[in-house]
Design a protein. Structure first.
Length: 186
């Protein structure tokens, strides 16, 4: 396995509205644990579409891990041009920083947003260009990642495709591990 896409919820789907929300730290710890595992399994490239939330936080984690694993790369394939057009300034800055550090950046559609079909095209291309997905998603909390997950499960029926999921239960375990770690340190 060489290429894995990372996706998941947008911040508002998780009730996260501030860039310094403590939940982001927990999410990044969970992502780091799984990304490290994938690197150990031979993954060299991680692919995101650049959406806010899980994907951008995962990019930050990959960039931190590149200090330890310089061979690891991040690609950003946006579904269309100017996806950040309506984002606030803070989100635009984060996005621009992620694009500036990425090893590869391109848009799937060379036009701005026109139709939801652009997202379907992005999902289809991501499935065909990757060996698996790392997704933060919980079946009991439907949200935007369900569309990619549904297509990935259908794709997996015909092809070898890794689906690695981080659920809310997994995130809760990270919270508990961190609490234990802090107790042991004090």
């Amino acid at each position: 396995m060489k290429v894995v896409t990372i996706t998941g919820y947008k911040p508002f789907e998780l009730g996260i509205f501030r860039p310094n929300d403590p939940a982001i730290t927990i999410i990044k710890l969970a992502l780091e644990k799984e990304i490290r595992s994938l690197i150990d399994e031979g993954v060299e490239w991680f692919l995101i579409s650049g959406q806010l939330g899980i994907e951008c936080w995962a990019a930050e984690v990959v960039y931190e891990l590149q200090e330890e694993f310089p061979e690891v790369k991040l690609a950003v394939l946006t579904p269309f041009l100017n996806q950040e057009e309506r984002w606030n300034e803070g989100n635009k800055e984060l996005y621009e920083m992620i694009l500036a550090q990425a090893d590869f950046v391109s848009a799937i559609s060379n036009t701005p947003y026109k139709t939801p079909k652009q997202f379907h095209n992005k999902n289809r291309i991501f499935l065909h260009k990757t060996d698996g997905v790392l997704i933060i998603y919980d079946e009991e909390k439907p949200g935007s990642p369900q569309y990619f997950l549904k297509e990935a499960r259908k794709y997996k029926e015909k092809y070898s495709y890794l689906i690695r999921m981080i659920t809310f239960y997994d995130l809760q375990l990270i919270v508990e591990e961190e609490q234990l770690r802090r107790q042991e340190e004090s």
